[in-house]
Design a protein around this ligand. Structure first.
Ligand SMILES: Cc1cc2nc3c(=O)[nH]c(=O)nc-3n(C[C@H](O)[C@H](O)[C@H](O)COP(=O)(O)OP(=O)(O)OC[C@H]3O[C@@H](n4cnc5c(N)ncnc54)[C@H](O)[C@@H]3O)c2cc1C
Length: 373
């Protein structure tokens, strides 16, 4: 049986980032993906990368991710662009909430400002939403192409002599003094460390190991769409709660890409697109930028937010020694993936972690916590 220092199951952002960082730390890794790389939520995300989070640990984690995205871009090219994120405030109370968050973000060294409607218009000249009192704006938030990010990770993983197996599903895991991993391609491998980076399927992979409790993970379906390309219209990701929707213009192609949080959650792994989504998204986005009515939608699709009860990702070693989890990406797994993969690799290799991970620990309590999507 072929042996590896670690086997990572799942070729999304979490799996690729972890496999890359483990390889950089000297491990020989096998990354196994049941379909194509990025076929899960990662290839279905709308490419947004923000640092405007609400707690010191999440802000630090997202700032570390931005640092890694920049580095990946400078070294390998990933269509990274810092166009910022605008969180619109439609009431005085929302403005006050953002001002409180900005205090925490400033303490962490993040450059964020609350800007007034005139300044919003200077940034987004086609902006027309009424009743906006201002917006929380971080100019160093940005976007990157998820497929390129994964591809670049994979190129480096292979260059550093680790391996990748696509269209290969892990179907059985046996635990003796090490793990034996069996696939639907009739291959078997031996390893002392497994990383479950299965996204919406993490629960299923968890069951293969047996004898451990259910993971606090719940996939929920979310839809998105992309328009035909157009000339540059605006730079930042626009996040609106009234009407609820978020969208940006892709810097590399000029397409508008966006989604909204559904009113009721559709739990489970359903990747069907609905008839309602495109017209509903369009009517919401047009209230903010009427000029978008000139554009045709060319594709829509569905993917999953894998939710934890508090909305934060989850990493660490499960009750089965050597069996690790990285999951719960929710609506911000792409942006946090590079940093989370790095700290998980550090944990596995028993190195000091780049940042404290108590807030994301598999052992944390979820009591009284509520997820923000
Ligand atoms: C519409 C939408 C918009 C989003 N927008 C953003 C955004 O702008 N910014 C952001 O940061 N996040 C966004 N997200 C969230 C983000 O996409 C996810 O949090 C993130 O991609 C999760 O990554 P992952 O690696 O955990 O999961 P995935 O990308 O789903 O990867 C898991 C992989 O595991 C594989 N797998 C499962 N079981 C097995 C098995 N038994 N054997 C082998 N392989 C297996 C799957 O095929 C899959 O490819 C969005 C999500 C959606 C749905």
């Amino acid at each position: 049986m072929k042996t590896y220092d670690s086997i990572v199951i799942g070729g999304g952002i979490f799996g690729c980032a972890t496999a890359y960082e483990l390889t950089k730390l000297g491990q020989k890794v096998l990354l196994i993906e049941k379909e194509y790389l990025g076929s899960g939520s990662t290839g279905r995300c709308i490419s947004g990368i923000r640092q405007q989070f609400s707690t010191p640990e999440t802000i630090k984690l997202s700032m570390l991710s931005v640092h890694i995205f920049k580095e990946l871009h400078e070294k390998f090219g990933i269509e990274w662009h810092q166009g910022g994120y605008l969180f619109l405030a439609s009431s005085q109370s929302q403005k006050e909430k953002y001002l409180e968050l900005i205090k925490i973000q400033h303490q962490m060294g993040l450059q964020v400002n609350f800007i007034d409607p005139k300044e919003i218009l200077e940034l987004v000249s086609c902006f027309q939403l009424k009743n906006i009192v201002g917006a929380s704006y971080c100019p160093t938030d940005g976007q990157a192409n998820p497929f390129l990010v994964i591809q670049r990770y994979v190129e480096q993983i292979k260059k550093l002599k680790s391996e990748i197996s696509t269209f290969t599903k892990v179907i059985k895991i046996q635990k003796n003094h090490t793990f034996s991993v069996f696939t639907d391609t009739n291959d078997a491998y031996e390893t002392p460390v497994i990383v479950n980076a299965g996204g919406a399927w993490a629960q299923e992979i968890n069951k293969l190991v047996g004898a451990i409790s259910e993971l606090p993970l719940q996939p929920e379906r979310h839809e998105a769409l992309v328009t035909e390309p157009t000339k540059p219209l605006f730079d930042p990701m626009i996040v609106s709660y009234d009407p609820s929707c978020y969208f940006q213009q892709l810097h590399s192609t000029g397409q508008i890409i966006g989604c909204y949080t559904p009113d009721s959650s559709d739990k489970g792994i359903n990747r069907d697109s609905s008839f309602e989504f495109a017209p509903e998204f369009s009517s919401r986005a047009l209230k903010i930028i009427p000029k978008l009515a000139e554009l045709k939608v060319i594709r829509s699709w569905a993917g999953w937010y894998t939710m934890t009860p508090d909305g934060n990702p989850i990493i660490g070693e499960t009750q089965v020694p050597g069996f690790f989890l990285i999951g719960g990406g929710s609506g911000h797994g792409f942006m946090l993936g590079p940093a989370l993969g790095k700290v998980l690799a550090e944990l596995i290799c028993k190195k000091p972690t780049s940042i404290s991970i108590d807030e994301f620990s598999i052992n944390r309590s979820f009591e009284g916590k509520e997820a923000l999507k």
